[in-house]
Every structure is written in C-alpha cells, then in structure tokens.
Write a protein that binds this ligand. Structure first.
Ligand SMILES: *Cc1c(COP(=O)(O)O)cnc(C)c1O
Length: 391
C-alpha cells in the first residue's frame, strides 16, 4: 500500500478504502490544503486567484501521493494550482475543442461520423489543474438529470451510424453503480451500439471506487473499454495497479490517455517509464495528448515538436505497444489528428527511401500492380454489414 499522509494515519482501513469516505473527506479549500501541504507562494496565490474560476479538490488518497518537499512533484502539479492558471493567454478558448457547437442534446457531443461523447457527470474525485473541460466541471456538482440522460439515449437510438459511445464528464465512475447501470443498460440494448468506452480518472485518483461489483457490472455490458488517465509513473501505486487489474481480470480492457505537460512529464524517459508501468499492469497506452489551447493552461503547454521528439525516442527503441498515438485536438473543433516523426526520406523512381529508428536508410520498392480493390468484398458485404461498416 502507498504511504498515507500523516494526518490520515489514524483513519481505519475500512474508511480509507471506502470511496465514499474519500469523497466526503476531499480537500476542497486553500485553508484545508495548507494544513496538509506546505504551499509555495505561487501555489497559495494560485489557489486564491483560481478560486472563482475552477474548483479545487483532491481525495486524501491522491493528496497523500504528493511530495510535500518538492514544488515540481508531478502529482502536486496536477492537483494544486499556481498563479499562471488564472491568466488567460491570447488565443486561449473557454471551449477549446468547439464541443458546444456540436452538442445536439445537453449531454451529447457528436463530432465524428460513427461515435459520440456522452457527458454523464460534472464532478471529479480530483480536479485536474490541466482540465480542459472546466466549463462543464466547474458547474454545480449536479449529476446528469434523468431528462438529459433520456434525451442522450434517445439521440443514440435514433442515429444508426453511432456504433461507439464514449461516456465521460466529469467522472462517470462517481455515479453510483445503480446510476451507472441505468445508463449502460439502455445504451447496450441499442442494436447498433457495438461498444461503449468510459473515460475516468478513478483508477488514478480514487482507486478504491473500482470494486468487484463495479468490475462485474461493466463486464455485464461488454464490450466496455475503460479509458483512464495516468500521466506519471508516480501515480501507479499498488492501489492503482489493483484497480486496473481488477477491471482487466473481470474482462474489461483498460487503455491509458496521458496528457503531455511541460515540466510535469515532458520527456521521453518519463513517458517511456509511464508506458512500461502501464503495460506491466495490462493497461495499454492509447493517446498521448498535446495540451489543448484552453484558458489558463499556457504554462503547461509544450511545443508540438516536443511530443514528436518523444515518439522518435520510443518507436523502435522499445515495445511497440508502449508507443502511444500523439494526438492534437485542433482548436476550434477540428477534431483529433495524430503526429509522428517522418520516416520517409524521399520518393525515388520505383520506390521510397525510409529511415529507421537508428537513422539508417532503406529502400522500399513499390510493386508494379497498384489496384487495391478487393474482389471478394461485395460478397462479404452482401452477408450484412452495419451502416457504419459499409460507409
Ligand atoms: C476524442 C473524442 C472521441 C473519441 O475519439 P477516438 O479517436 O475514437 O478515441 C469522440 N468524440 C469526441 C468529441 C472526442 O473528443
């Protein structure tokens, strides 16, 4: 078990391992935080300057992971605001991904042809200082109303092209098992919904929420993929590992989306260690996100080339499964694109010159026949493809 902050030494194990106890005892003010972690001047000002902008809040569990002696501790940087967070730099947007203009109902963001995002909750176990959906998570700690949920399910039911529903928020795992099931069951029952994904930081920030009952519930509505959000190996504690393994053991695949943050995890060594530690607990690295152009986050943004350089130092040098996709979600609503190092050196007559991870050059000869039409496909399609497969 990871070490508790001394202030929680006398808490019983039963309480500590009860996620509702953790939620009830979340640290939500500068005054409470200051008694537990000696704050720097920058952090104290950051707490006060952001108080009216975005919630402060962290579980006692996550707070205990903070290195109280170092202001650049990655857990600390994700949980405690600094002054820069209150500053809006030129070009920064309240809705950086243009989600609000693709919201056909209150809870649905429909931006891609065959999948939707469903915003199921507006609260979190830890309010990430790098949150780019704070226009939603700074709300009134309300759960999705019954009406909004019914509208969302009806929207999915009436859009046959939607084969993948990504439930996010806020953190959907802060809903009770009953509320979660009330959302999963009707979605799962829609014939054209082939898979459900749930985006959550619970395995990282509140791992005790991942109970056997939750894992069993998710398995019941398979395929449900859990997409979590570890940013640094320091967050991969025995508790976090047990939470991920409980899900995977139950038959629920877990993927990780990390966000690249300047001076928090912006190095190839850190991302490589994170990927290795994720794979060791059967969590697959999925995306490495370039920081969105959201208000108050400029101090955490890296230049685009930093992410590409990190991939350059991973691809070929380590397990391919440990290399995430580098995603840039285009400001204004263009959606995600991925970047990668350019391995094409030049195109020559009859082939392409490529370089490998060691910088050595090789020629890939092009075939003479270039027609890629697959003659059997008409037969296969006639056997009944879904609307999304045929598109
Ligand atoms: C990221 C995202 C998705 C899922 O994208 P994938 O590339 O399929 O993981 C879906 N909808 C919205 C609005 C998103 O931002």
């Amino acid at each position: 078990m990871s070490e508790r902050h001394p202030a929680y030494r006398d808490v019983s194990d039963a309480d500590w391992n009860d996620w509702r106890w953790q939620q009830r005892h979340a640290v939500r003010s500068r005054q409470a935080l200051e008694k537990l972690v000696p704050l720097t001047d920058d952090e104290r000002a950051g707490c006060d300057d952001t108080a009216a902008i975005f919630r402060l809040g962290m579980s006692p569990y996550y707070l205990s992971l903070i290195d109280r002696a170092h202001p650049f501790c990655p857990v600390r940087r994700q949980a405690i605001p600094v002054r820069a967070e209150a500053r809006v730099a030129p070009g920064e947007l309240e809705d950086p991904l243009g989600e609000d203009k693709t919201r056909p109902t209150e809870a649905i963001v429909h931006k891609y042809p065959d999948r939707v995002l469903l915003l199921a909750a507006d609260h979190c176990s830890v309010y990430c200082r790098h949150c780019t959906r704070r226009r939603i998570t700074k709300g009134g700690e309300a759960e999705l109303s019954k009406k909004a949920m019914e509208e969302a399910v009806a929207y999915v039911a009436s859009h046959r092209e939607v084969r993948d529903v990504l439930i996010s928020g806020g953190d959907p795992f802060l809903l009770s098992d009953e509320r979660l099931e009330a959302l999963l069951a009707p979605l799962h029952a829609i014939p054209h919904v082939e898979m459900i994904r749930i985006g959550t930081r619970v395995p990282v920030c509140l791992p005790m929420r991942v109970t056997d009952a939750l894992a069993k519930l998710l398995r019941k509505y398979a395929p449900v993929y859990v997409v979590t959000h570890f940013n640094h190996a320091k967050e991969i504690t025995p508790e976090a590992r047990a939470a991920c393994e409980r899900l995977v053991d139950a038959g629920v695949p877990v993927e990780n989306q990390a966000v690249l943050m300047r001076q928090v995890n912006s190095s190839a060594r850190i991302i490589k260690e994170l990927s290795h530690r994720c794979l060791a607990m059967r969590v697959r690295p999925y995306y490495l996100h370039q920081m969105d152009v959201a208000q108050g986050l400029e101090h955490l943004r890296t230049p685009l080339r930093a992410g590409v350089e990190i991939l350059e130092q991973l691809r070929g040098h380590t397990t391919g499964l440990a290399v995430p996709h580098l995603a840039v979600d285009l400001p204004g609503g263009g959606g995600k694109v991925t970047l990668q190092p350019d391995y094409v050196v030049e195109r020559i007559a009859g082939g392409t010159v490529l370089r490998n991870f060691k910088g050595q050059q090789y020629v890939y000869p092009e075939p003479t026949e270039t027609d890629c039409h697959c003659p059997y496909d008409e037969v296969w399609l006639a056997r009944g493809a879904t609307a999304a497969d045929a598109a």
